[in-house]
Write a protein that binds this ligand. Sequence first.
Ligand code: ZN
Length: 81
Amino acid sequence: MKKRRHTSIAPAPEPSEWLSLSTCSLCLRTLRNGEWIEAETIIRELRSFEHQAPPRLKSAVCDACVESIYLRRAQPEALAA
Ligand SMILES: [Zn+2]
């Protein structure tokens, strides 16, 4: 018996890959292969809308947002203004 295959342009990644994504809670970029990627790009690449289960994203803070938090904390007089 032959197995039926979906003839999509690119195969959707395994659910295990997009189920274990860390997402920045501030800018919504997602960590993938060590890089922070824009949310729209990740949604297009992983095609999460094709999966039945919603992605379980781990909340994190990306490098750029960590840096901006530190910069703000380094300038206490700016907060009082
Ligand atoms: Zn961020």
